[in-house]
Design a protein around this ligand. Structure first.
Ligand code: NAD
Ligand code: MG
Length: 381
């Protein structure tokens, strides 16, 4: 029996993780945490019986406490509550499925408590990878990637030696606006950007896929997870998301992981690693598939990718600025306050005026984020 604590249980990754738990009797839930969705978390508590739960939002947590007063579950709130769920004693695996940098401290708390981490929350590695990776080594804690591309790379590397890798080929779908110019994306609205061609995901990552920020974050995520140089990570566009990523070895061999676009595969792979579990669902049909199209990313129409390489290579607090500016801008775009192209323009402007701090501590990272948000809100409302 494996016991799971899910951080971000009400989201796209969180609910798909619970679907897997629902159909596998050898998985059990001991803690569930989310932002503010009282009704869904209540329903999840009634179905999965965790002994600890948390809503970040204090008022929502108070409401939840009343609603589940008939159950033996401890309801917590705030950052302390998230960290308690992350370090909850019975948990064998912590699923990091919160969206955004708010996940950093819970992820670090899980590592410090010696939990195996199944990590979807890429913003944590992008901004604090230089702290999280050494911390995981120090505590001898495995970080199992849930992001589909990184899971693909991780699967391909099984039985191979990392020091024989010459390149990582990270695949991108190109999102809903692939093939458009920057002039053509200028008037795109949230409803257009929220239509991802292949994947059904949370709103923030869906917008990130439309801008290509998601791929930029994934380049930085790959650097930390696999310890490769930025020059050895290449993004290739594969519109149907059939190839989930590839690795080229020193002898020229290229190994890939393919499959239908279903996040339950990478989630289950992380939960059962190193085993594989049967997973129902559609299979690839090579007879009817036709061509697998491959192209290069369009860095002029989608400047988020070159900006991410610049942020990653600069290092220090620059990836935090890239990520925090994006988190602010995506929320503003979804609220109808800024245009689609403004997202990447804001990231570029914030990076241009940022004075980098090398090897930032956790406090420095969180302070850089706070300052950046405050200045964007002051300048742009
Ligand atoms: P989502 O928006 O559907 O869910 C986010 C979850 O985080 C929700 O449970 C929400 O309540 C919780 N949350 C938000 N703010 C919080 C806070 N302050 N405190 C506690 N919980 C909070 O997002 P998602 O699509 O499930 O993505 C989650 C993470 O996984 C992101 O980092 C995303 O980039 C990554 N990811 C997602 C997918 C996917 O298919 N959805 C694929 C790869 C990676
Ligand atoms: Mg991905």
């Amino acid at each position: 029996m494996k016991k799971l604590s899910i951080l971000g249980s009400t989201g796209s990754i969180g609910t798909q993780t619970l679907e897997i738990v629902r159909t596998n009797k050898d998985l059990e839930i001991c803690a569930l945490a989310a932002g503010s969705n009282v009704s869904l978390l209540e329903a999840q508590i009634r179905e999965f019986h965790p002994d600890m739960a948390c809503l970040f939002d204090e008022a929502a947590a108070a409401d939840l406490r009343v609603r589940v007063a008939d159950l033996p579950v401890k309801v917590l709130s705030g950052m302390e509550g998230l960290m308690s769920c992350a370090a909850h004693e019975p948990a064998d695996i912590v699923v990091g499925a919160i969206v955004g940098m708010v996940g950093i401290r819970p992820v670090m708390a899980a590592i410090e408590a010696g939990k195996t981490l199944a990590l979807a929350n890429k913003e944590t590695l992008v901004t604090a990878g230089h702290l999280i990776i050494p911390l995981a080594k120090e505590h001898n804690v495995p970080i199992l990637p849930v992001d589909s591309e990184h899971s693909a790379i991780f699967q391909v590397l099984q039985g191979n030696r990392m020091n024989k890798v010459s390149r990582i080929l990270l695949t991108a779908s190109g999102g809903p606006f692939r093939g458009l110019t920057r002039v053509q994306t200028a008037d795109k609205k949230p409803k257009d950007a929220l239509k991802h061609p292949n994947w059904s995901m949370g709103r923030k990552i869906t917008i990130d896929s439309a801008t290509m920020v998601n791929k930029g974050l994934e380049v930085m995520e790959a650097k930390w997870l696999f310890g490769v140089d930025y020059d050895d990570i290449e993004v290739v566009v594969q519109p149907k998301s059939i190839i989930h990523s590839m690795v080229e070895f020193e002898d020229g061999a290229v190994l890939a992981q393919l499959g239908t676009p279903d996040m339950k595969l990478p989630i289950a792979y992380a939960l059962y690693y190193p085993e594989r579990k049967p997973l129902p669902g559609p299979r690839l049909d090579f007879k009817t598939m036709g061509q697998i199209q491959i192209a290069s990313p369009d860095n002029e129409a989608f400047p988020a990718l070159p900006l991410a390489y610049r942020a990653g290579k600069t290092g220090g607090t620059m990836p935090t600025v890239y990520n925090a500016a994006n988190e602010w801008a995506v929320a503003a775009f979804l609220a109808g306050k800024i245009g689609f192209n403004d997202i990447t323009d804001i990231i570029a402007a914030c990076m241009d005026r940022h004075a980098v701090i090398e090897s930032p501590s956790l406090d420095t990272i969180l302070e850089a984020e706070r300052e950046l948000r405050a200045s964007l809100t002051k300048d742009r409302g």
